[in-house]
Each structure stands twice: as C-alpha cells, then as structure tokens.
Design a protein around this ligand. Structure first.
Ligand SMILES: [Zn+2]
Length: 222
C-alpha cells in the first residue's frame, strides 16, 4: 500500500514505468518535488521515498514524488540511461555542451534529448515547485543551487551531513543549474551515503519529510 495518488506515468525507452506520485491536501501552501534515482546506480532515494509513502501523513504542502527517474539505468546498474546519457548533464542550460559519447557524463546529442529529461521539464513547467530535492549517492553531503541556502542548512541539521554550495567542478547541463541557477527554484541535491544499512538511512533522513510537509519555505528568509 502506497499513500499517494498516481498523477502521471510514462514509459521509459526500454518500456519501464516512470511515475509521478502526489500527496495533496485540499488547500496547500507550497509545492515540493522529490526525485529519486537520477542515476541508475544510486538506489537509496527510491527506498526513502517508498518507505515514507508506506504510512499516511498529514501534509500542508503538495508533495510530488518521482521515486525513480531512471528505471532503465537502474535495470542496467549504470549511472546513465539506456542511451548512455547522464540525465544530470542533459538539461537545456546556457552552459550545456556536447561531450565524449564514451564518458559516463555524456550529456546527449542535444540538450533535453532524453524522454526522462523531457518528462521532468514538463513537470516543472506544469507544477511550478517551490522546492526541489534530488536524491543521489554517495557523498553524504547537502549540495544546493539557487536560493536554497537556509533550506540546505536545515536539512544539514536534520541529517548531520554537511552543506556545500554546488561549486568546485563544472557541471554543464546539470539539473541544479537548470532549476536552481537559471530558474531560481531552490534546488537541493542530497548526496546520501552509499550502501548504508536501510534502517540507519531511514532514521537519518526521515526528518526531511517531516520538514517538507510542514514548512512554509518563506522565500524572504532564504
Ligand atoms: Zn547521482
């Protein structure tokens, strides 16, 4: 039993389902989008989302979940999707660039060439989230793009993972650049630890869900 409504569903290039789930009170204040498995070899985020949705929760915000954005990569156990594209380099940002096809950071032949990327762009345009959280592995750190410093600090307090602004190396075509920097949507890239025991992973991170269902994310405080 999953306590969320199915909002949208598409098929991946290999015929796997990509789901958008929703929990929504009658009247809501903010919209939050939570995304798991951007990279196929990073399964922890899907576990956390599904674990959260096993119980009913009262939320004052509309919460959208994509438990697994990259089911083909998950099936193949690769970072990339079935076309060998790193979805986190495939967004139509100003700094998108064509890179080596053999690289596991290959950003596609053109920006937004991939169905998974197009699906996510459509969702952001349609639902206009006030906060986006993407769940990655393995660095145990809270990265952020755009006006998300206060939110990142709060998530850092909850998890004990340290906060880092997303700089250091160039990430052309990244989702954080697309949403956070170019659209000014607070965007958190939560890097979970790799191969963590599931109960520990859940206990460390469950407070994030309590936070996103109850907070106002007042932009004036960010
Ligand atoms: Zn990742």
């Amino acid at each position: 039993m999953i306590f969320a409504d199915l909002e949208l569903k598409i098929s991946s290039p290999k015929g796997n389902e990509i789901l958008l789930l929703k929990t929504e009170p009658e009247v809501y204040e903010k919209t939050v989008l939570v995304i798991g498995v951007f990279h196929g070899d990073e399964p922890a985020g899907e576990y956390l989302i599904n674990r959260y949705l096993q119980e009913r929760h009262d939320t004052k915000n509309r919460i959208l979940f994509i438990p697994c954005l990259n089911p083909d990569g998950k099936e193949q156990k690769t970072r990339t999707n079935s076309n060998g594209v790193d979805l986190n380099r495939n967004f139509p940002t100003k700094n998108w660039e064509k890179t080596e096809k053999s690289s596991e950071y290959y950003g596609g032949d053109t920006p937004a060439s991939e169905q998974e990327t197009q699906f996510l762009i459509y969702i952001i345009d349609k639902y206009k989230p006030d906060l986006i959280i993407t769940l990655h592995e393995p660095y145990r750190v809270v990265n952020y793009d755009g006006p998300a410093e206060k939110i990142a600090e709060r998530i850092s307090q909850i998890t004990g993972y340290k906060t880092e602004k997303n700089i250091g190396y160039p990430t052309p075509g990244s989702f954080g650049t697309y949403c956070g920097i170019e659209k000014s949507i607070p965007t958190i890239t939560l890097e979970l630890p790799e191969n963590e025991e599931q109960e520990l992973l859940w206990n460390t991170n469950k407070g994030i869900f309590d936070y996103i269902i109850s907070s106002d994310f007042d932009k004036s405080e960010i």
